[in-house]
Design a protein around this ligand. Structure first.
Ligand SMILES: [Fe+2]
Length: 269
């Protein structure tokens, strides 16, 4: 069983080497610790025992470890112009031996191999076929835990910065593309190349919710309320953030995401 106190201390000691004074690094540390908490909660929610939930927590602690070296070497978190941070992190841990800095020596080989796979795959669009059932479950847990926190990360970016334009400019846009609204109605994630307008990007963030696998993850998103914040129609002064057409589409997004989040059963069985 993972010694969580030692594991967290090891994580903080490792990241202390990466300028935790910078807000970029600080955000990743905070994100990681929240995701680890989400992992544990989701694992417990699926009926896993304390040891397995602790392992899920440890997976959350490791999942973004590649971010720190990525930031140092490339000065960016954009994978497309640097490295795939998930592959990079898995390589650092399991090929270059970074895992030895963590108290993971108590884990059996099959857990270490699961951790490597789950770190490596945590950011992929879809999981490959052929994963064993246990590995797949941990992959689903880290992916849910990470997504559940993305709503917070996005919602905390100021609206203008997130949308990349002034509000006035945004309200002149023509609304979401048809393909994007089809994703909303079908409860599917929006493929990157389907996003044509800034409002498409906004809607695509909200659609991440449709990828959540476990009821506990949906509960976390409901409780935290960050998706609600993304679905806000007006700013703090009561000024509409979007054009009439966009607001109408936003209501559809809200209706569909609400319906999805209210589902009780675990769709993955
Ligand atoms: Fe990540």
């Amino acid at each position: 069983m993972i010694d969580r106190q030692r594991a967290e201390a090891a994580f903080l000691a490792y990241t202390a080497g990466y300028d935790p004074g910078s807000s970029m690094i600080r955000h990743k540390i905070d994100h990681t610790l929240r995701v680890a908490g989400n992992c544990e909660r989701i694992a417990a929610g699926t009926g896993m025992g304390v040891d397995a939930a602790g392992l899920a927590w440890f997976l959350g602690l490791l999942h973004d470890i590649g971010r720190f070296e990525q930031a140092r070497r490339y000065r960016t978190f954009v994978d497309s112009v640097s490295v795939d941070h998930a592959e990079f992190g898995a390589d650092l841990l399991f090929r270059e031996g970074l895992i030895r800095q963590f108290p993971a020596e108590v884990l059996p080989a099959e857990d270490l191999s699961m951790l490597e796979t789950a770190v490596r795959l945590h950011n992929k669009l879809v999981l490959p076929e052929g994963l064993d059932e246990r590995t797949r479950r941990f992959c689903d847990i880290i992916r849910d835990a990470d997504k559940a926190d993305i709503f917070r990360v996005v919602a905390e970016i100021p609206f203008e910065e997130r949308a990349g334009a002034s509000k006035g400019l945004l309200r002149e846009e023509k609304g979401a593309s048809e393909a994007v609204m089809d994703c909303v109605l079908q409860h599917r994630c929006v493929p990157r190349d389907a996003r044509k307008t800034r409002f498409d990007v906004h809607v695509s963030h909200c659609c991440l919710v449709f990828e959540l696998v476990f009821p506990e993850s949906r509960k976390i998103v409901r409780e935290q309320g960050f998706l609600d914040r993304l679905l806000a129609e007006t700013d703090g002064n009561g000024e509409p953030l979007w054009s009439e057409r966009e607001l109408e589409q936003l209501r559809t997004v809200r209706r569909e995401t609400d319906a999805f989040l209210e589902q009780k059963e675990d769709m993955n069985g």
